[in-house]
Ligand binder design. Sequence first.
Ligand code: NAI
Length: 270
Amino acid sequence: MAYNLLQGKKGIIFGALDEKSIAWKVAQRAREEGAEFVLTNAPLAMRMGEIKKLAEECQAQIIPADATSVEDLTNLFTQSQEILGGKIDFVLHSIGMSPNIRKGKSYGDLNYEWFQKTLDVSALSFHKVMHVAEKLDAMNEWGSILALSYIAAQRVFPDYTDMAQAKAMLESIARSYGQRFAKLKKVRVNTISQSPTKTTAGTGVGGFDAFYDYADKMSPLGNASAEDCANYCLTLFSDLTRMVTMQNLLHDGGFSSVGISEEIVAQMSK
Ligand code: NAI
């Protein structure tokens, strides 16, 4: 159901790789709610071509940008304002990648160059996005900037390795830049900490199926889906949440407040 929550709003959505991507669902729902936006992803991801389908469906233009490159981001924000005919109201940072996870490195055996890459792509890029938006004065007042996080920022999930540090940094950047952007332009900055979700980035983590099922059994509402996450993102882009900022918002079906569930007890008692 559409509520016209984003009528007249202009945005930039990072990270729609394929139909499973959380950003893909956000784009579809944002369009239904009346938003206009530019889609962007790393040039390498573009070559896979999937995003063109989404762009057609959403009547959106695509601008490639490596989110670790200030130059690419400057081009992205400049062009987006031209295409959309004004400043930006919302930004979704839906980006994560760890070469160490891709290569199956354990936490005690990380490659440090790759670790830096993990931090650059998955966390520092969020700072760079906001730095460029600030320098170009590209955000409208009462705009909303959002990134996606995971509870491994606070609790240990061994197979999440260096992404745990990336998410902790991402959430910290949201707080620090959130204070700055609120003072400068009344722009709010938050992270949503999402349940495990069956996407390319998600399923790349070792043991994913097991901790997906575990989280599902621990969460009284079950795991939040990518569609649910998209709906939550939209509320944060809408004018209904103008005073929410510098928060890490748990979107996890209750997982983070549970010590143990009957389902897990039953499973352990078998
Ligand atoms: P996904 O694999 O569909 O999306 C990750 C995106 O990051 C891809 O579109 C990829 O092209 C993009 N990306 C990688 N390097 C980039 C770069 N240098 N510049 C620009 N874009 C780049 O997976 P998903 O799950 O939709 O991930 C979106 C966000 O949600 C990530 O931040 C992820 O950590 C977070 N998240 C995912 C969960 C899951 O279980 N899937 C759980 C909690 C958070």
